[in-house]
Design a protein around this ligand. Structure first.
Ligand code: CU
Length: 453
């Protein structure tokens, strides 16, 4: 896979071959790039000697935009047209992927070859190390908002279809949610234990703080709420309006959920408070394409109340036409992003940071759209899932559900222990991680695998 993966064959060292894309001079090629990065890892994509015409993101087209490079974050997809404009003195060029933030600590990078048909069969002469892979010029999608004229936020792209009359960009939202998020200095059961292994006993450089939204570490319910709505007690859910504790002082954990009516125009304002560390959280919404209508980094850190105040004063200017369609977007650290969508699909939709460990540690929220009577019905014999006590129901080989090749009754599998169980939260987290990682691995595939040289 990776050009830097090293194998030994006796005394010989073998590197895996580099990916190669052959083009004919004078033609245009569409490239589709997907990031399945797991950690905080915006990847800068560029092609030596060429610019890229970026035409779409997350499967939705926008007006073509010429750039020297773009950043792609976890779960995002970008489509660009490469004009193979070399027709004489043909040679080959590097296609580069350069990891940043946490991937920058180890200088993670990767290259592929843009091979011109008819060019000598040799690799490009330019260095391929991380430092040599910085590309200047116009950069699309800086992760902390634009800090120069060369940096262009994704919110500045323009959809290439007219807005229609759905009022998403122009009407007053029916529901508006502020989501403050960050790493927070609170003793959680996720990696610490307030009594046996509290946060303060860990060296300050090695602490792992819980990632939360509105100071809540979300957990997954014991049963899937879409297909088994009544199996999830209402008491498992909470949000900032219902939570009983002071979550700034005590760890708060529940199935984090907010409710909207079917057909509501919803506005989400994500604020990365940027308190403990500068990281970035690519936010992904299932079930809908949202319109990012505003994005700004305010300072090194900020707060929900500061952003609310700006909004009250009319200082958050929203796009009112042709905002692009996206389903994943990063939020500037110490800044905000404003997203709008029409909640026209009933169900339970997961909204979460696309960094795996952050999601499994609770940086997610369920958006319930509509009443359960409006939800689509699960198919007959759809597998069921829930808490299951082995002692209550020992396995009976004679009652094998695979008898005759068909399940005789809905399959019951154990998923996650209920909140009142004595099972430690860290155990629950690891199970959530497995579940979420499984979902993510189905949803996305890799375009580039980064390695450290
Ligand atoms: Cu995150």
């Amino acid at each position: 896979m990776g050009a830097y993966a090293e194998f030994k064959d006796g005394n010989r060292t073998i590197f895996t071959p580099k990916a190669s894309f052959t083009v004919e001079g004078g033609k245009r090629y569409r490239f589709r790039v997907i990031s399945n990065a797991l950690t905080v890892c915006p990847i800068q994509i560029s092609v030596d000697g060429h610019t890229m015409t970026v035409i779409a993101s997350d499967g939705s087209p926008f007006q073509p935009f010429e750039a020297e490079s773009f950043n792609i974050l976890n779960g995002e997809r970008y489509d660009f047209i490469l004009h193979a404009n070399q027709t004489t003195n043909l040679r080959n060029y590097w296609i580069r992927a350069r990891g940043q933030i946490m991937c920058g600590f180890n200088k993670a990078h990767q290259v592929a070859v843009l091979r011109y048909a008819g060019a000598p069969d040799v690799e490009p002469p330019e260095l391929t190390d991380w430092d040599s892979s910085i590309r200047g010029g116009i950069l699309l999608n800086p992760w902390n908002g634009a800090s120069s004229d060369n940096e262009i936020e994704i919110t500045r792209m323009r959809a290439n279809v007219s807005d229609g009359d759905d009022g998403v960009l122009t009407s007053v939202p029916d529901k508006k949610f502020y989501f403050g998020m960050d790493f927070y200095k609170v003793d959680s059961y996720i990696v610490n234990h307030p009594e046996y292994y509290p946060l303060y006993v860990v060296d300050s450089t090695k602490r792992s703080y819980p990632t939360q939204i509105n100071r809540i570490s979300s957990r997954l319910p014991a049963s899937p709420p879409l297909s088994q709505y009544d199996d999830v007690p209402e008491s498992e859910y909470c949000n900032e309006f219902t939570v009983q504790k002071n979550c700034a002082k005590q760890w708060c954990s529940c199935v984090h959920k907010v409710d909207v009516a079917l057909g509501d125009l919803v506005e989400l304002i994500f604020v990365d408070e940027g308190v403990l560390r500068e990281a970035n959280h690519p936010i992904h919404l299932h079930g809908f394409k949202f319109r990012p209508v505003a994005m700004k980094k305010l300072n090194r850190s900020t707060s929900v109340s500061e952003v609310k105040e700006l909004d009250k004063k009319g200082q958050i200017i929203r796009s009112t036409s042709r905002a692009p369609y996206k389903d994943t977007i990063t939020v500037p650290s110490g800044g905000y992003v404003v997203l709008r969508f029409r909640a026209d699909q009933a169900g339970m939709w997961f909204l979460h940071c696309h960094i795996t460990s952050h999601t499994s540690n609770g940086m997610g929220v369920i958006v319930q759209v509509g009443d359960k009577s409006e939800f689509p019905k699960p198919p007959k014999n759809f597998p069921r899932c829930g808490s299951w006590n082995y002692a209550d129901e020992p396995y009976d080989e004679d009652d094998d559900h695979e008898k005759n090749g068909e399940p005789s009754q809905p399959l019951v599998v154990q998923c996650i222990n209920p909140p009142n169980s004595s099972v430690p939260q860290s155990y629950m987290s690891s199970r959530m991680l497995v579940l979420i990682a499984g979902i993510l691995s189905v949803l996305i595939s890799s375009a580039f695998t980064l390695s450290v040289e």
